[in-house]
Write a protein that binds this ligand. Structure first.
Ligand code: AP5
Length: 212
């Protein structure tokens, strides 16, 4: 099955995607992770997008559509889980055209609903492992040893775009450019809304329920 995890920055898309990936054998395709990896490696793409990511604005639709087409082709029919894509109505239309060409379909969209205030609290405390990308929160989901990943022993860092002013900007961008995607898909693809403010395990349980 092909799925889209949808929701504002910090709604738990990455957290839930890891669980769905393990349970359902899907390939987790996160545009944010792919772009940050390109920045870390200093590739041409990384140099182009570095400042855009740090500012909280969106990378252009052309760049994102080319990147994701390659990834979707690579995964083939194994089943994918999109996280952070599509992010504009233009990207949604571009994805639709690519899927027709590749004879694939979106099985469902899962929306994680989280209020703005909760997002700010979550993102300002988020820490991410530089090696395995596991996500922690300094208060809600702290690592056993401060600054060290429980899973692989890697170093935990704060993302450059998780600073207060940039978080607010990302939320504005989400409301203006990303939320309208739901209207684009309503009536065409099954859309399941889940309360993303429940504890992590509960959110996972509800996602499994709506996907049954
Ligand atoms: P991206 O990496 O996609 O970031 P995002 O959408 O802003 O989402 P986040 O990764 O911040 O949050 P998340 O929903 O995955 O939450 P998480 O699970 O980490 O994009 C970054 C940038 O890249 C964009 O700003 C843009 O510049 C660019 N970009 C990416 N895709 C693009 C595209 N398609 N087009 C153009 N540009 C693009 O959880 C957050 C925190 O909350 C963690 O600390 C976690 O432990 C905690 N948490 C999770 N679930 C719960 C829970 N249920 N209860 C309590 N705490 C929880």
């Amino acid at each position: 099955m092909n799925l889209i995890l949808f929701g504002p920055p910090g709604s738990g898309k990455g957290t839930q995607a890891e669980r769905l990936r393990e349970k359902r054998g899907l390939r987790h395709l996160s545009t944010g992770d792919l772009l940050r990896e390109a920045v870390a490696k200093g590739t041409d793409l990384g140099r182009k997008v570095k400042d855009i990511l740090a500012s909280g604005a969106l990378v252009s639709d052309d760049i994102i559509l080319a990147l994701m087409r390659e990834e979707i082709v690579r995964v083939g029919k194994q089943g994918w889980l999109l996280d952070g894509f599509p992010r504009t109505v233009g990207q949604a239309a571009g994805l639709d055209a690519q899927l027709v060409e590749l004879d694939q379909k979106i099985g469902a969209i899962v929306v994680l609903n989280v209020r703005r205030e909760a997002v700010v609290e979550r993102l300002s405390g988020r820490r991410t492992c530089t090696q395995c990308k596991t996500v922690f929160h300094v208060k809600i989901n702290p690592p056993r040893v401060d600054g060290i990943c429980d899973r692989c022993g890697g170093t935990l860092v704060q993302r450059e775009d998780d600073r207060p002013a940039t978080i607010e900007k990302r939320l504005d961008v989400y409301e203006a450019q990303t939320q309208p995607i739901l209207a684009h898909y309503r009536g065409k693809v099954a859309i399941h809304e889940v309360n993303g403010e429940l504890p992590v395990d509960e959110v996972t349980r509800f996602i499994e329920l709506v996907l049954q």
